[in-house]
Design a protein around this ligand. Structure first.
Ligand code: NAD
Length: 256
């Protein structure tokens, strides 16, 4: 129970395949009190049904692109009694920008991917940091990234640029919030079949590639990401900030 007594906000559950759901389950098992959010009415029922399986879990609405919703959420969480952990598992790019030649990405596609997938981490961290200040054990913020941030992965395209921005933002936020004893890290997950992953052309090939070439010769799952998230959320990682931790069966270390 390494998260006993901690309150966690998890943004990014869409359904039972979501990486955020793997994280929420691991947090609950480790004793955290949870607040999940849903992006819109289309996802509300799903998220509420999942939340019911983890007794005591709160559910709130939050579309990170709608003015005022992040601030309103922070207000409700203040009444909840503050926050120790923030998980950002949010990403979106237009399907047409996740295939073909990268050089064809229009400005609108650039804005959509970077605003939703990277800027939202800054907005959430800024709003939630005051709720984390002064907590015993400090605060822990984390987001989800992918190897496409640092390597050119076919079809990942604009999302790779968005993840590069997310990883750089992780370091700047870590520098900013460290003096307040708030740590900021990212988990670089290997490919996992989720709703978002379905939007990346050739995704099945990525799974095959990891299984054939990763040191551990297998793909990862949501539970493995969840358990690393629990480590990052807990006092066990109190000396770790500004890092990108890979949960990818070691795939990123392989050369030829
Ligand atoms: P998912 O589709 O289950 O989750 C993406 C979430 O983003 C959804 O819950 C969606 O509602 C939310 N979202 C999108 N726009 C939003 C907005 N405007 N406001 C609020 N929420 C919004 O897919 P996932 O694969 O679990 O994605 C979670 C995170 O993991 C993403 O950052 C993704 O890039 C990252 N990731 C995924 C993989 C993978 O292979 N699936 C690998 C590495 C990293």
């Amino acid at each position: 129970m390494i998260l006993k007594g901690k309150k966690a906000l998890v943004v990014g559950v869409a359904n039972k395949r979501s990486i955020a759901w793997g994280i929420a389950q691991s947090f609950a098992r480790e004793g955290a009190e949870l607040c999940l959010t849903y992006q819109n009415e289309r996802l509300e029922k799903n998220v509420k049904e999942l939340a019911e399986t983890l007794p005591g879990t709160r559910v709130e609405a939050c579309d990170v692109m709608v003015d005022g919703q992040v601030g309103a959420l922070a207000g409700r969480l203040k009444e909840w009694g503050g926050l120790d952990i923030l998980v950002h598992a949010v990403a979106f790019a237009r399907t047409e920008d996740l295939a073909g030649d990268f050089r064809n990405v229009p400005l609108e596609g650039w804005h959509t991917a970077l605003d939703v997938s990277a800027y939202s981490l800054i907005a959430l961290a800024r709003a939630m940091a005051p709720l984390m200040e002064g907590r015993a054990g400090g605060g822990s913020v984390m987001s989800l990234t992918f190897l496409g941030a640092v390597r050119a992965v076919p079809n990942y395209n604009i999302m790779g640029v968005a993840k590069a921005a997310l990883e750089a933002s992780t370091r700047y936020l870590a520098a900013d919030l460290g003096p307040k004893n708030i740590r900021v890290n990212a988990i670089s997950a290997g490919p996992v079949r989720t709703l978002s992953a379905a939007g990346v052309t050739g995704f099945a090939r990525m799974l095959e590639e990891v299984e054939n070439r990763a040191p551990l010769r297998r793909n990862i799952d949501q539970g493995q990401v969840g358990d690393t998230a629990s480590f990052l959320a807990s006092d066990l990682s109190r000396g770790v900030t500004g890092q990108v931790i890979y949960v990818d069966s070691g795939y990123h270390i392989v050369g030829i």
